[in-house]
Design a protein around this ligand. Structure first.
Ligand SMILES: O=P(O)(O)OC[C@H]1O[C@H](O[C@H]2O[C@H](CO)[C@@H](O)[C@H](O)[C@H]2O)[C@H](O)[C@@H](O)[C@@H]1O
Length: 411
């Protein structure tokens, strides 16, 4: 699908220019700017609202829908934000793309009928039409003020389909998490076996109905849950193996020592996100962070995993070319197929891992919105919001603004 097929709100003379073309298998390009130079999405909302019948929201969770807090388990969605998302999802397609595990994000958000991508897009669940999801193109776009229903999809009733990228790597991730816990002196939490974690796994390649997907040397593409084949979009891109994990040559000789020693640094915590592992250091002495990173690098090297960074966190994930940008592209295609129309993607996120998705939407005629208070932050976003409070205000505009308000704002 080409970026050319959706022109508004870009075009000659438009203040915001599209900066390239999209091909998910090649490098995605977009210019970066300092957040301080970007217009507030709140100020630009009226422009976007003119195209609201086409908008699809792709949203990050931590730091975007919730404030960043010290304890990862404390990042709970406020009730009014949940209510807002619930109403929004009745009017627009909504997807949450997060580093959290899919199970956890579904618990934290707790709304049926929206798209969830956990583990940075490695584990996706889409609602099946007729089970709480809405065809927004077919339904009237009226103000919905009475929907407060909150519930979770239930897989056993065919209410969703799941896509797991590189699920074969889950046992390796579990081993890596165990090694990290042992090095950092963290008590081993209950670790589910792969069989318990993925009870319904069926490689798509083996399914009669879905003749797609080749098995990857590292990982593969799996679908579970409902197999309503009309609602399943083959993954358009086969994730390729990424470059082998690399470590600073200066620590190559130290790796064995690092892996066999114990470093019970106060404050390190390990979060198992199923298809990624988060090593949190927000509560650590900053002097320990370089050593923590070396240990994470060593574990990545030993287990063939890829290390990424976030806010006071190092993360390990399967070493395949898949990220929030590729997941956003896939989700958008799925949404457009179901809505039977082209969509204007609006991606809102705060962290470095969100930049892949910012680049994708910017190159696709949509809008990336960075959430940051830091004017010097380099980003591929084209608009900016300062914090999750502004995010909620921005989203509210898409529920509350009526036609005549836009007309009077334009006058
Ligand atoms: O993609 P996201 O939804 O932004 O998730 C990224 C990571 O977010 C969480 O960690 C971050 O937020 C925590 C709570 O505010 C904070 O304590 C931590 O320092 C941040 O890194 C989450 O815990 C991770 O699993 C996600 O990968």
């Amino acid at each position: 699908m080409s970026a050319e097929r959706f022109d508004a709100p870009f075009g000659p003379g438009s203040r915001l220019q599209r900066t390239g073309s999209v091909s998910c298998n090649s490098e995605i390009r977009a210019d970066t700017k300092r957040a301080g130079s970007l217009q507030s999405a709140l100020e630009y909302a009226n422009e976007l609202l003119k195209f609201r019948s086409k908008v699809a929201f792709l949203l990050d969770y931590d730091g975007t829908l919730t404030q960043i807090v010290e304890d990862p388990d404390g990042a709970v969605l406020e009730e009014h934000v949940r209510d807002l998302l619930c109403k929004l999802s009745r009017k627009y397609p909504v997807a949450i793309i997060t580093g959290r595990s899919r199970e956890k994000i579904m618990r934290l958000v707790g709304i049926s009928g929206i798209y969830y991508a956990g583990s940075h897009g490695f584990d996706i669940e889409i609602p099946v039409p007729g089970h709480g999801s809405v065809n927004h193109a077919a339904s009237e776009r009226q103000q919905v003020s009475d929907i407060t229903t909150v519930g979770l999809c239930n897989g056993s009733d065919g209410s969703h389909s799941r896509y797991h990228i590189a699920a074969e790597v889950v046992p390796v991730l579990h081993q890596a998490a165990r090694q990290l816990r042992s090095i950092f002196g963290i008590e081993d939490a209950h670790v589910e076996t792969p069989a318990a974690s993925w009870p319904l796994c069926t490689p798509i390649a083996e399914s009669k109905d879905n003749a797609i997907a080749t098995t990857l040397p590292l990982g593969g593409v799996f679908a579970t849950g409902s197999t309503d084949k009309d609602s399943i979009l083959p993954l358009p891109i086969q994730p390729e193996p990424a470059s082998p994990p690399s470590v600073d040559p200066s620590i190559l000789s130290q790796i064995d020592k690092l892996l066999s020693s114990s470093y019970p640094f106060r404050g390190v915590s390990i979060e198992d996100n199923h298809l990624s592992i988060s090593v949190h250091y927000r509560r650590c002495d900053p002097a320990h962070v370089p050593t923590i990173e070396k240990i994470v690098d060593s574990v990545a090297y030993r287990f063939g995993l890829r290390k990424t960074r976030g806010k006071c966190v190092f993360e390990l994930r399967p070493a395949v070319k898949w990220d929030k940008g590729r997941a956003a592209k896939w989700l958008l295609e799925m949404i457009e197929m179901r809505e039977e129309r082209h969509c204007l993607p609006v991606y809102i996120g705060d962290d470095v891992t969100d930049e892949d998705a910012m680049k994708f939407v910017s190159n696709h005629g949509g809008f990336g919105v960075i959430v940051t208070e830091d004017d010097s932050r380099e980003t591929s976003a084209s608009l900016r919001l300062r914090d999750p409070v502004e995010v909620a205000h921005f989203l509210e505009r898409f529920l509350n603004t009526r036609e005549h308000e836009l007309e009077s704002a334009a006058a």
